[in-house]
Structure formats: structure tokens, C-alpha cells
Design a protein around this ligand. Structure first.
Ligand SMILES: [Ca+2]
Ligand SMILES: [Ca+2]
Length: 225
């Protein structure tokens, strides 16, 4: 049985078989906002795209940034401001992002995660002590939604690939928690090394951050030390 994580829960990465999870996916599954608008001419379905962005940063024993994954879609802005450009693979090759999804599921839950970071803990650079996963909502012009408007949003760790789920280890429901209303960023959790063993802490803290760069600063200042 998969573990249903609650905020702040710490778990080890042991599988039911007793082995330890080393190759797995961290994924986010979410749906577009679908509403039925009624008018004189009848009712019609209106779909509003939801663009969540899953990112991660890797920090060392001092809490300093070692590496990161965030979307290259913001490179124009990043370049203009002399900031490190987005990328989808860590330097050690241990973490890989499946790529940006800007819409969410339309027509109901497809059972697959819309953005996935695959993790191979055996390849993580030795200096890395913590890996933080976080989500930001990107709003297109005119959009105002937050986590509470999204029909479902779930984070999970599972064995498989971005297109095939073999076995779910643990999952964490975001959209049903009312503390996430009016929030556009979520520090979802961290993998951390305790002695030589990796564990996971489901932090689950929503923040006011408008952009992933703010969330990174927030993590480095308040969570990484
Ligand atoms: Ca996205
Ligand atoms: Ca999906």
C-alpha cells in the first residue's frame, strides 16, 4: 500500500519488499479548471489551463546551493537579469525533469503525472545533503487561480517512468488542503541524507512566492541550513 503523506511527515525510502528505493520518480498530477457556463443558448464547458511548474534545488551540508532544475522557458527573463539559466538535468545526471506541462489534464484525471523528476540516488553528487522539491503556479495574463481552484493536484513518489507508473511508494494531496487557498507556491518536501541513508520529509508549506526564484531564496534562507 502506498503511504498517504500528511504535512510534516518524515518517512524512509524502504519498500514493502524491504529493499530501499533508489530509482524513482517524483511527479505532480493536476487538472485544468473546467466549469460549465450557462447562458440563454444553453450551457458550454469552459476550460482554463493550469500551469504548475515542478522544480528542485540541491544543497550541501552548509545549506549552500549545489545544483538545480527549473524550466528553461524563463531563460529570456533570466538572461536579461544575469541569472543562471533554466535546465532539466542536474550536472551529476541523477535528476531529470520530463518537461513543462502548461495545461493540466482536460477531461478528467488521466492517472499520469503532468511533470515528473526522475531520481537516481546512486548518482547524486556526494556533496549533496538535501534535495528540495517545490511547485509554483505560473499565471497567464488574466488568470487569478491558486491551489484551491485546481480540481486536483497530487504529488507522489513512485517507481516507473513519466508515462508508466509501476508502483506508488507515497503520495501527498495538495488541492484538498484549505491552507493552500490563495497560495501560488508550495515547498512540497525534501530528500535528505541521514548518516548514509536517504529519507523524505513531506514539508508541505505553502508560500506567497510569485515566482520560482523567490521560492529558491526562501528555501535557502529558511529550510536548507
Ligand atoms: Ca508547467
Ligand atoms: Ca495528469
Amino acid at each position: 500500500m502506498a503511504i498517504n503523506l500528511s504535512k510534516g511527515q518524515k518517512i524512509d525510502l524502504r519498500k514493502e519488499s524491504g529493499e530501499t528505493l533508489t530509482n524513482f520518480c517524483v511527479g505532480v498530477n493536476w487538472g485544468a479548471i473546467e466549469t460549465v457556463k450557462k447562458s440563454f443558448f444553453g450551457s458550454k464547458k469552459v476550460v482554463e489551463d493550469v500551469d504548475l511548474d515542478l522544480s528542485c534545488i540541491l544543497t550541501d551540508a552548509n545549506g549552500s546551493l549545489v545544483d538545480y532544475i527549473y524550466s528553461p522557458d524563463y531563460n529570456g527573463f533570466l538572461q536579461k537579469n544575469n541569472l543562471p539559466l533554466g535546465k532539466l538535468i542536474t550536472v551529476d545526471g541523477a535528476l531529470r525533469h520530463s518537461g513543462d506541462d502548461r495545461k493540466g489534464d482536460v477531461g478528467g484525471d488521466d492517472g499520469l503525472d503532468n511533470e515528473v523528476i526522475t531520481v537516481d540516488l546512486t548518482r547524486v553528487a556526494p556533496s549533496v545533503e538535501k534535495i528540495f522539491f517545490f511547485i509554483n503556479i505560473y499565471l497567464n495574463q488574466g488568470q487569478t487561480h491558486d491551489f484551491s481552484k485546481i480540481p486536483y493536484a497530487r504529488i507522489r513518489m513512485y517507481e516507473g517512468t513519466s508515462s508508466k507508473v509501476n508502483k506508488v511508494h507515497s503520495s501527498f494531496d495538495i488541492a484538498t488542503d484549505n491552507t493552500y487557498a490563495n497560495k501560488r507556491a508550495l515547498i512540497m518536501g525534501k530528500l535528505y541524507k541521514r548518516n548514509t541513508e536517504w529519507k523524505f520529509d513531506a514539508i508541505g508549506d505553502p508560500t506567497e512566492d510569485k515566482m520560482f526564484l523567490e521560492t529558491i531564496q526562501n528555501i535557502l534562507k529558511n529550510y536548507a541550513k
